[in-house]
Design a protein. Structure first.
Length: 288
């Protein structure tokens, strides 16, 4: 089994509408017009319906009803719409995976929601322009792991147990390599590329455990999600002991002009905000 064969074999099951890639490219193009974006999105009525459900949710609290793609663009802005379109589409794809007990979806999405919120909060104190992309990157960062537990559960479980048995010598990524020849981060990056998601998201999924290996153009965004992954583990455990979570590469702190002391208060904030993010996941799937 290779990454390519796994992406291919799950391609139909994990497909997201091709229009998502077309819409995100238009949203990134400053010269594109709102009518053009709306016309493109109209090719997939289900995607439009999902966007409008999310845009009218309490999490965004618009001052007026969002009843069209054009109004969503006007009230929320392109970055917010871009985030909602991708999050809704990928959420729907992930939830079509076969049900399994090794990594229940509620646990997966809880960790992902924590990572997203912590990444956004850290970005507010370091790189405000990255708030949107790291929120989305945090939400999707472990998608490859969910696919592995769904599609090759025995090998993935064996890798997980091997890493638990020798935590000082064998991290989970190395254990996955030993069993599969690749790890969940590499698979996640390949899936993101298959979906034609923005390059920075592909890099976040692929390098969130090795942030300093990421391309320079994406490195700060990857570093924020790298830290937030550790913070998410601590939030889930209600622990403030860094030994209880995956280690943080010390090089990311000066890269982001942040102090390690910044993480713990953000975890506290995230524990109050995470329920609204989980509600967004449920809302994205309602009516689908």
């Amino acid at each position: 089994m290779t990454i390519d064969s796994l992406v291919t074999s799950t391609g139909k099951l994990l497909s997201i509408p091709r229009v998502v890639g077309q819409v995100t490219r238009l949203l990134d193009d400053a010269n594109s017009e709102q009518a053009q974006i709306a016309q493109t999105m109209a090719q997939d009525p289900a995607l439009v319906a999902m966007l409008l459900r999310l845009a009218n949710s309490a999490a965004f609290a618009p001052s007026r009803t969002v009843d069209s793609v054009e109004r969503a663009l006007a009230l929320l802005g392109r970055e917010q719409v871009r985030r909602l379109v991708i999050a809704g589409a990928v959420t729907g794809a992930a939830d079509r995976l076969p049900k399994q007990q090794l990594l229940p979806l509620e646990f997966f999405w809880r960790h992902s929601a924590y990572c997203a919120v912590i990444a956004r909060l850290l970005a507010q104190g370091s790189a405000r322009s990255l708030e949107g992309v790291v929120f989305l990157g945090g939400l999707l960062h472990d998608l490859g792991q969910l696919v592995l537990f769904s599609e090759v559960p025995e090998e993935t479980q064996r890798a997980f147990l091997n890493s638990l048995g020798a935590p000082q010598a064998l991290n989970p990524q190395t254990a996955e390599h030993d069993q599969l020849g690749f790890d969940h981060a590499q698979l996640g990056g390949a899936l993101a590329e298959h979906w034609e998601l923005p390059t920075v998201l592909c890099d976040i999924l692929r390098f969130h455990h090795e942030p300093m290996s990421a391309p320079e153009s994406s490195r700060k965004a990857v570093a924020l999600v790298h830290i937030s992954n550790t913070g998410a583990h601590l939030a889930e455990l209600d622990s403030r002991d860094l030994a209880d979570a995956p280690p943080i590469d010390p090089n990311v702190w000066p890269l982001l002009n942040l102090s390690p002391d910044a993480l713990m208060p953000v975890i506290e904030q995230a524990q109050y905000q995470v329920l609204s993010v989980e509600a967004l996941h449920d809302l994205a799937l309602s009516g689908s």
